[in-house]
Design a protein around this ligand. Structure first.
Ligand code: PEP
Length: 253
């Protein structure tokens, strides 16, 4: 089965951009391309009610408990969200999320019928020290080893990976360059080679890191790049529309 491209917007700690709920909003899913939006918790229910396909930016693996400030996967599922980001690099950096915590989040999400998108990526220093593959393999294996792969296969691989090299994430700087398409493809092919057989061909591997209108088409046309996780550019509706359009053009025969 061919993999349908997924373009995901990560609004980070920003409110929904102007016009987000218009009928022709770029944040609505299209026939050819899946579009999903990751918004701060307080906006999730309103955006779901307006017909957007929503996800949370993180979630706790315990259903309830003494975890001040956290929101459980069960609570996220109850808002009508379909998906959840696990292990975004900003949460690993700011909240100290470990590989094991990320794996537990992904497992809890799957158990509750949420589609987890697990973010992995190496720092600039790790890449220049020649350790990029080692880091990616460690981050990925911790998650895969924690999950029941036969369950994943029967769920039609309701799990995706987002490769987000930290050196390419814009951090709000729109001039930051993305990874070269050939470098993204090389790492995506490596990630796919590490996936177990039943899910290897089906699993979506998204690219994230300074994807924008000007580079989306070249990145998305790489054979193992199945979509994008878009941060800064997703806050500009017309820029985001152009990225979705680039994916749509590639999906059409
Ligand atoms: C992100 O933080 O997930 C991201 C990809 O950000 P940006 O597109 O701004 O680099």
């Amino acid at each position: 089965m061919p993999r349908t491209k997924l373009i995901a917007a990560n609004w980070k700690m920003f409110p929904p951009p102007e016009g987000w709920d218009a009928m022709d909003s770029p944040y609505r899913a299209t026939d050819d391309v899946d579009v999903m939006i990751f918004a701060p918790f307080v906006y999730l229910k309103t955006c779901v009610a307006a017909g957007l396909r929503m996800g949370a930016q993180c979630g706790h693996h315990e259903p309830t408990g003494a975890h001040t400030g956290c929101v459980s996967m069960a609570m996220i599922a109850s808002t009508g969200c379909e998906t959840v980001l696990c292990g975004h690099s900003e949460r690993r950096r700011d909240q100290g999320e470990t590989d094991e915590f990320v794996a537990a989040q992904a497992k809890a999400a799957l158990t509750l019928g949420l589609f987890p998108i697990v973010c992995i990526g190496e720092t600039a220093n790790e890449r220049s020290a020649g350790k990029a593959h080692e880091v990616i393999e460690r981050q990925l294996r911790t998650v895969i080893d924690h999950l029941d792969v036969s369950q994943l296969a029967t769920r039609n691989s309701q799990l995706a990976i987002a490769y987000e090299p930290l050196w390419a994430i814009s951090g709000g700087d729109p001039t930051k360059p993305a990874a070269k398409p050939s470098d993204a493809q090389e790492m995506h092919a490596f990630i796919r080679s590490l996936l177990p057989e039943p899910i290897q061909k089906e699993m979506l591997i998204l690219y994230g890191g300074s994807m924008k209108a000007e580079n989306a088409s070249e990145l998305l046309s790489q054979p193992d790049v199945d979509g994008g996780l878009v941060g800064g550019a997703s806050l500009k509706p017309e820029e985001f529309r152009a990225i979705v359009e680039a994916a749509r053009t590639l999906e059409q025969p």
